[in-house]
Design a protein around this ligand. Structure first.
Ligand code: SF4
Length: 363
């Protein structure tokens, strides 16, 4: 079990402080006739010293700590289970205020400590190779439920988080209000200071969300799960393609690149016999070249049945070579955490803690 044993996660007080930006905290103090800098102090305590109560904030007078307690909640996620992979990745099963559960992954690599966060309980998109979306959509995660996944990952691992990828359960650009607000909080110089360029938002191709991100003032990275280069195949693999087909998606990405000046990454899950032919590689090179995108090849992870298997090493190599020969920057993503079902498309919501325990070693 995690240090905090399985408990009810009922929020005390009103609005949760973990969903608030420094400006809002300052306004709160000003509305009480107190100096605005108190807001910055509270924010620092939350994210730099990782205080779990207002009483721990020793430079906040007791009278103000009491007022904060009456006005705000300071409730983080409850860790129900943690698992450690043989490759060092760690997965956390977190309980939410309404009893729902989500998963978050910590990925240590040379020079970086990444947290892969979830943004929804379930997902509306329903990609057939993804376990995360197989149970349908329950609800959006709120700002504080997103922020505290990163905070708790830092607390539970004792590591300083350097990177965030929005690639857990859910479609981040279907929840832009809370996701972008969480990005501001996590990026803030008084808090965890995670650089915008070290934050990646991954989408299956929701064009309205891509436009919102284009107009967002922070220079976060955009990654698009393409997975197919023809509409008929993509309609099945990434069903949102029926609403936003490839030609419209590529035009939106061109516009994004032109307006924001940020290169896009195209994620491509290689699935044996489905999207891994030489012709697919060639078309993918054409699409990537048009928008100067980098390509990330992800050998399909064990997930939804036998239909979705990774190609052989030789096939993956040949596919990659075709892209390289066309001068496309391409990487083969090293998937971490497969043995604890923490890799892409393997995270689930509402998993029973007992079931989670059976998938890996508890630490
Ligand atoms: S791959 Fe992403 S968008 Fe598709 S069902 Fe899974 S979580 Fe949703």
């Amino acid at each position: 079990m995690c240090p905090k044993e399985k408990t009810e996660n009922k929020r005390k007080g009103g609005k949760n402080v973990y969903g608030m930006e420094p400006a809002e905290l300052k306004s709160l103090f000003v509305s009480w006739g107190k100096p605005a800098y108190r807001g910055d102090q509270v924010f620092r305590w939350l994210y730099q010293k990782k205080a779990a109560s207002f009483e721990e904030m020793t430079d906040i007078p007791g009278e103000l700590a009491g007022k904060l307690n009456e006005t705000l909640g300071i409730q983080s996620l409850v860790c129900l289970k943690k698992l450690r992979s043989g490759d060092g990745a760690r997965k956390f099963l977190f309980g939410l205020e309404d009893g729902r559960r989500i998963e978050t992954v910590f990925i240590p690599e040379a020079g970086r400590r990444t947290v892969c966060v979830s943004t929804q309980v379930g997902c509306k998109i329903g990609c057939p190779f993804c376990v995360s979306g197989s149970g349908g959509f329950i609800r959006q995660l709120t700002t504080h439920e997103i922020v505290t996944q990163v905070l708790e990952a830092a607390r539970l691992t004792g590591e300083e988080i350097s990177n965030i990828v929005f690639m857990g359960i859910g479609e981040p650009l279907d929840n832009t209000v809370h996701v972008l607000r969480a990005v501001r909080i996590l990026n803030h110089p008084l808090g965890m200071k995670i650089g915008a360029r070290r934050i990646t938002i991954s989408t299956c191709g929701l064009i309205p969300g891509i436009e919102t991100l284009r107009d967002f003032d922070l220079q976060v990275k955009l990654s698009v799960s393409l997975h197919a280069v023809k509409n008929d195949l993509r309609d099945g693999l990434v069903p949102v393609n029926r609403t936003y087909p490839l030609e419209k998606l590529m035009a939106a990405l061109e516009d994004y690149d032109r307006t924001k000046g940020r290169l896009v990454t195209l994620e491509y899950a290689l699935i044996s016999g489905i999207n891994d032919s030489d012709a697919d590689a060639s078309r993918l090179a054409g699409l990537a070249g048009k928008i100067k995108a980098k390509v990330n090849l992800i050998p399909c992870n064990p997930g939804m049945g036998d239909a979705f298997r990774a190609p052989s090493g030789n096939r993956t190599y040949s596919f990659k070579r075709i892209l390289e020969d066309r001068k496309i920057t391409v990487t083969r993503r090293n998937t971490k955490g497969r043995d604890i079902l923490a890799a892409c498309g393997q995270l689930v919501f509402d998993r029973e803690p007992e079931a989670a325990e059976s998938n890996g070693k508890e630490k």
